[in-house]
Design a protein around this ligand. Structure first.
Ligand code: PEP
Length: 253
C-alpha cells in the first residue's frame, strides 16, 4: 500500500512573513492528527525562502523541497541552484518538468531528464511532472505525450530510477484554471502510467507514487484520492492558504 503524498507548489508567491504564517497555520491544523499518519505532506518553495522554510519545519512532519533544480553540479551557470546546494539545506524534494518550466521557460524533455538525474544524484526525490496540453487531449494523444515525457527519464536513467522519485500527472489545461480533470479522466491516465512502468518493472510500478495536479481543492480531493492509482496531489493555488491546504491533506486515503 502506497502512502498518500500531498505536496504544495508555491510558485512565485510568498514573503518571509506570509510563509511563516502559512506554515504555522498548517502545523497548528495538523496538531490534532486529523491528517492521517500515512499521508505525507510537503511544500516546494521558491529557492530563496528554503532556509527560512527549513528553520520553521525542522523536526516537524512536513517535508520540503524546491520548485526546480539545475541539471549542473557547479561552474559557470549564473543564476542556477544545484542539487548539492538544495541538499545542504535539507531539501527532500525537487519538482522537475513542471508545465510552466516546459512552456514558459522552454525546458525540453531532455532538460527535465537531466534535472531528474541531478536530483537523484544528490539524494533528492524528483517530483516529475507530466501532462498534456488541451489541444493534445482534444487530438486524443494524451498517452503519446505522457509516454514520451516518461521515456525521456527511462532512456537516460533506466526505469528503476522512477522508484526514487514521484510522478505528478498534471494536465496542463487543468493547472490554475479551475477545470479539474474528473476522477475517472485522471485515473485513466494514472493507470496508463502505472501499466507502462509495469511492463518494464512491476516492482517499480507498484511502489511509485503518482500524484494528480490541476485545480485540486478541498471539495474535490476526496473523490480524486479515492481512485486506485491516485496517490495524492501536487497543489498550486490551494497550497497558499493553510485551511485550503489542510482540507486537501485531510483527504488522504
Ligand atoms: C501546479 O501548478 O502544479 C498546480 C497543480 O496548480 P493548481 O493547483 O493551481 O492548478
Amino acid at each position: 500500500m502506497r502512502n498518500t503524498l500531498v505536496a504544495g507548489n508555491w510558485k512565485l508567491n510568498g514573503s518571509k512573513s506570509s510563509i511563516a504564517e502559512l506554515l504555522k497555520g498548517i502545523l497548528v491544523g495538523m496538531a490534532d492528527d486529523s491528517v492521517k499518519p500515512n499521508t505525507e505532506v510537503a511544500v516546494c518553495a521558491p529557492y530563496i525562502y528554503i532556509p527560512h522554510v527549513q528553520e520553521i519545519l525542522d523536526g516537524t512532519r512536513i517535508k520540503f523541497g524546491s520548485e526546480s533544480i539545475s541539471e549542473h553540479d557547479s561552474g559557470a551557470f549564473t543564476g542556477e541552484i544545484s542539487g548539492a546546494m538544495l541538499s545542504d539545506f535539507a531539501c527532500e524534494y525537487a519538482i522537475v518538468g513542471h508545465s510552466e518550466r516546459r512552456t514558459i521557460f522552454g525546458e525540453k524533455d531532455s532538460d527535465t531528464a537531466n534535472k531528474f538525474a541531478a536530483a537523484r544524484k544528490h539524494g533528492l526525490k524528483p517530483i516529475l511532472c507530466v501532462g498534456e496540453l488541451l489541444e493534445e487531449r482534444e487530438k486524443e494523444i494524451t498517452e503519446v505525450v505522457v509516454a514520451r515525457q516518461l521515456d525521456a527519464i527511462i532512456e537516460l536513467e533506466g526505469v528503476e530510477a522512477l522508484a526514487d522519485g514521484v510522478i505528478a500527472y498534471e494536465p496542463v489545461w487543468a493547472i490554475g484554471t479551475g477545470m479539474t480533470a474528473s476522477p475517472q479522466q485522471a485515473q485513466d491516465v494514472h493507470a496508463f502510467i502505472r501499466s507502462k512502468i509495469s511492463a518494464l518493472n512491476k516492482t517499480v510500478a507498484e511502489k511509485v507514487q503518482i500524484l494528480y495536479g490541476g485545480s485540486v481543492n478541498g471539495a474535490n480531493a476526496d473523490e480524486l484520492f479515492a481512485m486506485p492509482d491516485i496517490d495524492g496531489g501536487l497543489i498550486g493555488g490551494a497550497a497558499l492558504k493553510a485551511e485550503d491546504f489542510l482540507a486537501i491533506c485531510r483527504a488522504g486515503k
